[in-house]
Design a protein around this ligand. Structure first.
Ligand code: G6P
Length: 587
């Protein structure tokens, strides 16, 4: 939610342009408006606009130091004035912000009494004026730390200070990372913004602040205001990971990357998986949680655990509280998250921790809050996922958890072979012919406004994820049901020609699913099978490879691809669907 990017010592003295380019890489974090501030010779200059950055250019003057933001509105509508950065009255302090200042009303009233003038409706603007007020008596660092301590809620702020020519940032809850380049220093909410320049990074912890200046980066503890030692780490991410690499969109690039990322899960986390398998076999309870796509991963993993005779609960993080009383010291809570920053997931994890549970983070992005809260980390290694819609993070999270379920049943080697085979089969299956078939289906369905999906057992969470991809990317209403639910009301929705996807595997329940398909067909529904077998009940078949219980992977990938082609065909931006943010860091 909201992207932050700042540069000190831009190599080409074009800091505003460099910040704009970096913000384009962070646009997935928020894209209703954007803005940049730069230190010019006499003052701070600002350029703010509503809408996506897209191909935008900035007319800001040259300079070495700039700070910018992409916004996902929380307080105040989407207007130029509400876009960040926000200035103080003297126009010497510019502030950008990720989060919500819960107590901003009270602070604003005090500042108004003192004569401060506000031009936006945002909670963020109070931060600039409060820092201005405090800096009348104190050094800028102290003024910022004191201000930050007064803000309630989960926040990250970054301040551009004209007087000291520095960028100062504080973190509590929302992510911030520093990049240490060759005489250039960067501050961002995510690594892709500066990966072109450096992979030497430091992820800030809650309660930490950084001061970026001409001479380097200093780390501080906000509470004590004392300097701390900054120990950077070097990431193994490559520049290509954060570029489109010849693809028209990140989403399609990331869908194809699954060919490699899924198999890669067999060569990582071995130690953690064997430790977890031991714990589970010694009687630990299992609770799986997450939001959005990650919650469907939790549900699919629950079915995989059940296959191996292990009971696991799957609870969406935003519905966690009523069930938290059943959590104790002998519970393993698997928190599944691409970003590791989703507020609802973090709230559930903190509650589980209070109750003594051990936390297992199943995450993709590194250095996140969730990673820090976890006792055991299963890092799924999909690399940066830039498209808002999650694809490769989901399939790597699910294959990692699948491997764990096989380890629990003492079949880890068999599990690894199956996942490796899945990777190979996907490579062959995703050929030009399959893609052309999907594109023609997308063309046929382009003008539909409603679609329904059914699946049973493992294919039930698969329909949930498939439908989410269609909804997120193409804005078509796609409603998933467990096949068994159909005759209990849902069937009233079927009319002549209504598209109905039937997700199935070549298993012992396929006949039951086909009977449900026949019931829809008898009411005139257009039956689109997504399965590894043919059937007279299917009007159209998207044939997926027969991979036993892993067939749900290609079945879901059909949904990812169809969502993508429908989205492109309907003129939506597949990388940045309307109203969504990649990581939802507010409740
Ligand atoms: C947002 C995104 C979803 C994502 C969910 C959970 O709602 O739009 O695509 O699945 O957050 O994100 P996480 O980073 O926790 O996996």
């Amino acid at each position: 939610m909201c992207g932050i990017f700042g540069i000190i010592n831009d190599n080409n003295n074009q800091a505003a342009t460099s910040v704009l380019e970096g913000l384009k890489k962070l646009e997935y974090r928020g894209y209703d408006s954007w803005g940049i501030s730069i230190i010019s010779e006499t003052e701070i200059k600002i350029d703010k606009h509503i809408g996506k950055i897209g191909e935008a250019k900035t007319n800001l003057p040259v300079g070495l130091i700039a700070l910018g933001h992409t916004r996902w509105a929380t307080h105040g509508g989407v207007t130029d004035n509400n876009a960040h950065p926000h200035l103080d009255c003297t126009k010497k302090i510019a502030v950008i912000h990720n989060g919500i200042v819960e107590n901003y009303q009270g602070i604003k009233e005090d500042l108004l009494k003192k004569g401060h003038q506000f031009i936006s409706e945002t909670d963020t603007e109070v931060i600039a004026h409060l820092i201005e007020e405090k800096s009348k008596l104190k050094k800028i660092n102290e003024a910022i730390f004191e201000t930050f301590k007064l803000l309630r809620g989960s926040n990250a702020i970054a301040v551009l200070d004209f007087k000291t020519q520095t960028i100062i940032a504080c973190r509590n809850g929302s992510p911030l990372v520093v990049g240490l380049g060759n005489n250039q220093y960067f501050l961002a909410s995510d690594v892709p913004a500066f990966l072109k320049e450096t992979n030497k990074v430091y992820f800030l912890n809650d309660g930490e602040a950084v001061v970026l200046s001409n001479s380097g980066v200093k780390l501080f503890d906000i509470e004590t205001e004392k300097e701390k030692k900054l120990i950077p780490q070097v990431l193994d991410w490559k520049l290509e990971d954060a570029e489109k690499g010849g693809y028209p969109h990140f989403l399609i690039k990331e869908i194809y990357e699954q060919i490699k990322t899924i198999s890669k899960t067999t060569s990582i986390n071995e130690k953690e998986i064997s430790e977890l398998a031991r714990k589970i076999n010694s009687g630990y309870k299992i609770v799986l949680t997450g939001c959005g796509t990650a919650s469907y991963c939790a549900l699919a993993a629950r079915y995989f655990f059940a296959q191996q005779g292990v009971d696991a609960q799957a609870i969406p993080s935003y519905e966690f509280m009523p069930f938290s009383k059943f959590i104790d010291k002998k519970t393993l809570v698997f928190a599944i998250s691409q970003s590791g920053e989703t507020a609802d997931t973090l709230i559930a994890v903190k509650e589980a921790k209070k109750r003594g549970a051990e936390i297992v983070a199943v995450i993709n992005a590194r250095g996140s809050t969730l990673e820090r809260l976890a006792d055991i980390v299963l890092s799924v290694g999909a690399g940066p996922e830039i498209a808002v819609v999650s694809t490769k993070a989901f399939t790597t999270q699910l294959s990692t958890l699948y491997l764990l379920t096989t380890a629990v049943a003492n079949k880890y080697e068999e599990g690894k072979n199956k996942i490796n085979r899945l990777g190979k089969v996907l490579t062959k299956w995703l050929d030009v012919q399959s893609i052309n078939r999907l594109i023609s289906l997308a063309k046929r369905l382009m003008d539909e406004e409603h679609m329904y999906l059914i699946g049973k057992h493992l294919n039930y969470p698969a329909t949930l994820e498939f439908a989410l991809k269609i909804k997120e990317t193409s804005y078509i209403h796609a409603e998933p049901f467990a096949a068994g639910e159909l005759k209990h009301g849902v069937i009233t929705l079927i009319q002549k020609g209504t598209p109905c996807f039937v997700l199935a595997s070549n298993d012992e329940i396929k006949e039951e699913v086909l009977s449900s398909a026949a019931e829809i067909k008898a009411r005139g529904g257009l039956i689109i099978g997504v399965a590894p077998f043919e059937s007279s009940d299917f009007d159209v078949l998207i044939k997926t490879p027969d991979l036993g219980d892993l067939t749900i992977f290609p079945n879901i990938i059909v949904g990812q691809l169809l969502g993508y082609y429908l989205g492109v065909g309907r003129g939506a931006d597949p990388d940045k669907p309307r109203n969504l943010a990649k990581s939802v860091t507010v409740k």
